[in-house]
Design a protein around this ligand. Structure first.
Ligand code: C5P
Length: 238
């Protein structure tokens, strides 16, 4: 399974900047956008509804991580809003993930439910942090793989991982289990806080099912043109 359009991370502080950005694109261009914590905490569900009403698909990336009951209730609310993709941390455990799914089904009430993605290890995490801060003694790749297996067993639709791990996850969990990969940069672009980065075409060749691109597009001089460049690199490298 492959999501054809690159997912644009709308990491903006408020509605004004978001609407300005979206208005730069041709009116009939349907985008797949990601609303993260910053925009959601600032503008809430109205922003999600407004963007959906513009005809875009929405990935609501709130990275839920709490006790199963709380996550189940939160997912019930998200099910009612009707987003296309959403996230939770695999480290919350199998019980939490299963509860999330049940909440999502419950809230969607017969409507199409959002696909649930589990965060494995953030793309800003590196091997040293895994060892020294998380006290995880296996290599980072093994930790990512472990979370991917757990997520699949718990009924998730896929994981968020770095493109560097997409191939090994595909081999282990099968093609239909989504591997959504942030940490995407154009060749020569600054990696910023991201540690495990790849270009759009490298990600496609490494069996990523969808790429998430934020600053490489939103901080570019010509944002629409940069989006088209990313899209072409991604599509051509199938
Ligand atoms: O600007 P950049 O392309 O690095 O943005 C990546 C986006 O993907 C951000 O919104 C970030 O929150 C999100 N993300 C990530 N790593 C994960 C999960 C989500 O970078 N593991």
């Amino acid at each position: 399974m492959r999501i054809e359009r690159p997912i644009i991370a709308l990491d903006f502080p408020d509605r004004n900047e978001t609407v300005q950005f979206l208005s730069e694109f041709p009116k009939d261009e349907s985008l797949f956008v990601k609303i993260g914590m910053e925009l959601y905490y600032s503008e809430g569900t109205d922003m999600v509804r407004e963007i959906k009403a513009m005809g875009h698909d929405v990935f609501l990336d709130l990275k839920c991580h709490d006790i199963p009951h709380t996550v189940e209730s939160a997912m019930k609310v998200l099910g009612k809003i009707g987003v296309d993709l959403t996230t939770l941390h695999a480290s919350g455990g199998s019980e939490m993930m299963a509860a999330a799914k049940s909440g999502m089904l419950d809230g969607s009430n017969g409507k199409q439910t959002a696909r649930l993605l589990a965060i494995t290890q953030l793309t800003s995490t590196n091997q040293q942090m895994v060892e020294e801060e998380q006290l995880v003694s296996v290599p980072l790749k093994e930790s990512v793989l472990n979370y991917a297996r757990l997520a699949k067993k718990s009924g998730m639709d896929g994981v968020v991982c770095s493109a560097q791990e997409a191939r090994i996850i595909a081999a282990e969990t099968g093609k239909n289990f989504l591997r959504v990969t942030p940490g995407i940069r154009l060749a020569g672009g600054a990696s910023g806080d991201q540690k495990r980065v790849m270009t759009p075409d490298e990600a496609a060749r490494n069996q990523s099912s969808a790429i998430v691109v934020g600053r490489a597009i939103t901080q570019a001089k010509d944002r629409v043109k940069t989006y088209q460049t990313v899209k072409k690199l991604w599509e051509d490298a199938k």
